[in-house]
Design a protein around this ligand. Structure first.
Ligand SMILES: NC(=O)c1ccc[n+]([C@@H]2O[C@H](COP(=O)([O-])OP(=O)(O)OC[C@H]3O[C@@H](n4cnc5c(N)ncnc54)[C@H](O)[C@@H]3O)[C@@H](O)[C@H]2O)c1
Ligand SMILES: [Zn+2]
Length: 376
């Protein structure tokens, strides 16, 4: 192809993606750069994004600490409130949609593992049940104290930041249970008070999916985007999955594209790498040719509705019987969800898309297996 002056290994990457039954997407801060978000490359990169913190001489590792919420809550919330507002105002770049189409085209589906806290995979339409946010999410809050309150959604929470003084203006977000200060449900440096429950539930779903892939000796491709070496959680995860699943890794990163022997490194930005890969894969053509993508998507939507109904039904049942819902949702939902999964298996056994529905049923079962179902 004329458009490959760097002699990139696009053909091998496209072949690995074409051959895969399942797609594992892993992403670090670089994935957001083409949407216009800063990554935090070293103190200079960080201070370019946050000149007010350069004036205070605070590096990323120093400002991203839970202690600020106690010592100087307006500064703690200035940093996270600014990021919350920025992530809300930013639209994920086109590569997200291309990745989603690719993931949906795989018979065993996709999963996302990201250290980003911006919620952009959800914003771009990825199934929230198929995302792990290993460092938490800025779209969710928790209490600064372990008062017993669960993690809650930050939709509608407004934080106003004075960019001159780099102070968040009161009132700051509060915990509904103890009325103390709230903080983002994001893992910070030296963070003993982070509530990991939401991320752990996401990880349980991922591990269930990975175990099924391993059991079935499925072909897995990993596309890793913008994951750096400074906080290497995502790179380690990708490389571990290569060994564990005998998967193929395609690492897209303009500056840190080195890979273990036998894997593929593409020194491109995330948006450009995905654009070139999709061009090699002729992804649009595959979809226009009548791949049963739409049927799959609508089936999955029906499944999600059933899941919601099962949850609501079980809560209503508990209310009607006069029992306290807390602690009992798990058991009731588990029964209903497991039976929904069994029904799915029976109904869909004859379908040519059986593997897709198998993975839907599996995700129903893994949801059922989680002991806690979040309130509506
Ligand atoms: N949007 C977010 O949620 C966000 C933003 C910044 C940092 N963080 C988090 O903070 C931690 C440290 O951040 P960090 O900046 O050191 O992250 P990092 O260590 O993941 O480094 C960023 C990586 O992205 C690469 N990169 C730069 N531009 C790119 C592009 N256009 N396309 C693809 N890759 C590109 C860089 O070469 C580097 O390897 C991580 O956990 C990260 O996820 C999150
Ligand atoms: Zn509280």
């Amino acid at each position: 192809m004329a458009e490959n002056p760097l002699g990139l290994d696009l053909a091998s990457a496209a072949a690995a993606l074409r051959a895969a039954d399942a797609l594992l997407i892993t992403a670090g801060a670089g994935m957001g750069v083409d949407s216009g978000l800063p990554d935090f490359r070293g103190p200079q990169g960080f201070w370019r994004a946050y000149p007010a913190l350069a004036r205070l001489g605070l590096r990323f590792e120093e400002v991203a600490q839970p202690g600020w919420f106690r010592r100087a809550p307006q500064l703690g919330w200035a940093f996270y409130g600014h990021r919350m507002n920025l992530y809300r105002a930013t639209t994920p770049h086109a590569g997200f949609g291309q990745l989603l189409a690719l993931g949906r085209s795989k018979p065993l589906g996709y999963f996302v593992f990201t250290s980003n806290v911006d919620g952009h995979f959800q914003k771009a339409g990825f199934d929230p049940e198929r995302i792990v946010e290993c460092h938490g999410s800025l779209n969710h809050l928790q209490c600064c104290e372990p008062c017993g309150e669960e993690i809650w959604d930050a939709t509608g929470v407004v934080v106003t930041v004075n960019e001159e003084t780099f102070q968040a203006q009161p009132p700051l977000p509060k915990c509904a249970r103890c009325h103390g200060l709230a903080r983002p449900n994001v893992l910070m440096f030296g963070d003993a008070t982070w509530n990991p429950q939401r991320s752990q539930a996401q990880e349980a779903r991922l591990h269930h999916w990975l175990a099924r892939l391993k059991e079935g000796q499925s072909k897995v491709a990993i596309v890793e985007l913008g994951a750096g070496t400074t906080v290497p959680s995502v790179r380690f995860f990708s490389e571990g999955a290569v060994r564990d699943l005998d998967a193929k890794l395609i690492r897209i990163n303009p500056r840190e594209a080195e890979v273990p022997p036998g894997e593929i490194g593409l020194p491109l930005s995330a948006a450009e790498g995905l654009r070139q890969l999709c061009q090699s894969l002729k992804l649009d053509q595959v979809r226009a040719d009548g791949h049963p993508l739409a049927a799959d998507v609508s089936r999955r939507q029906t499944l999600r509705l059933q899941l919601g109904q099962a949850m609501r039904g079980s809560r209503q049942g508990i209310k009607d019987s006069g029992n306290s819902p807390r602690g009992e949702w798990g058991a009731v939902d588990q029964r209903r969800l497991t039976s929904a999964a069994t029904r799915e298996r029976t109904v869909m056994a004859q379908s040519p898309m059986a593997p897709c529905f198998e993975s839907c049923a599996t995700s129903l079962e893994s949801t059922a297996a989680l002991s806690k179902v979040p309130p509506p």
